[in-house]
Design a protein around this ligand. Sequence first.
Ligand code: F6P
Length: 350
Amino acid sequence: MLIIAILLIKSLFIMIKRIGILTSGGDAPGMNAAIRSIVLAASHFDIEVIGFYHGYNGLIDDNCKPLTLRDVSSIIQLGGTILKSARCPQMLQPQGLKQATTTLLKNKIDALIVIGGDGSFKGLLSLQDHWHGQVIGIPGTIDNDLDGTDYTIGFSTAINTALDAIDKIRDTADAFERVFLIELMGRHSGHITFNVGIACAAEQVISFENFSPDNAKETLEKLAADIHAAKKQHHHSYIIVVAENLWQGGITKLADDLTTISGIDCTACVLGYIQRGGSPDAKDRILATKMGVAAVQGLLDGKDGFMVCEQNNSISYLPLTLTIKHTKTVSESLVRAQDNILALTAKQNF
Ligand code: F6P
């Protein structure tokens, strides 16, 4: 009885009538599923949702519109974001933050939910110094690099899309017995590269976790020796997946360097933005839906300055300050398994 009374009193104090939402930074498959889930959950609690367009620019320019159940009725399967997205450096400047605050006050927003990555959460934290509404972040980025959550929305779809593309490239690589170097996204982290590399049985995975620019020459020599060994053993194809922003001069330069040192033609292929688009897979739709509901529930429970996260299949909340402190590292066991076991054994068993 007492607990129910306390909860009732608490909920009387947390009066949220209007939630603002925006999607920020690189779009990720599943962002729309999260928007839908927020609107559904908010509607359940009689809360209005205002969508701001083009990331934080929507706050700066007061570009927004109420989101109804009808607006989100057929968006769960759509990639990209119906609210559009952008990077917004102005959110780190006092003038931008002031304008954003004015818009939030003008539109009588009680709480703001931002779906994005670490850059977006830095903006949210800066906003807290100027505006006193509640804020919550939902991790939406294909990079999966946010500390504190096992998965970010969009990662699963991105790795499946990349896998599908590389399986196709493998056909050509086999047919022509050719060496391919394939560049994957991830900014400065190797979650996509390592997971995709392992799933497509790449002969080599090169990412920030197992490469240092100081050893660039040794890496080239080792790769060249390994390609020759594979050729001797009549490997049909040889695929190297490489993280973007890793090799000075990019993947085309790496392919050229490897061609020169090995004397064997190496073809570069940048998968690029294909990894960011497309319909979200079931895993991302479900994760986004769970996180959208949890964001609204968290706000009603008084959470402020938190990111919704999923750890060991259970939804929880982590202070935003902790999520941006470190970049989430790639599982060491994954890196070791690829480098010490898979890359070597696949060759021996051929
Ligand atoms: O954060 C998602 C991401 O696609 C990264 O993997 C990539 O490095 C970056 O965004 C590219 O950003 P932009 O589209 O702004 O160039």
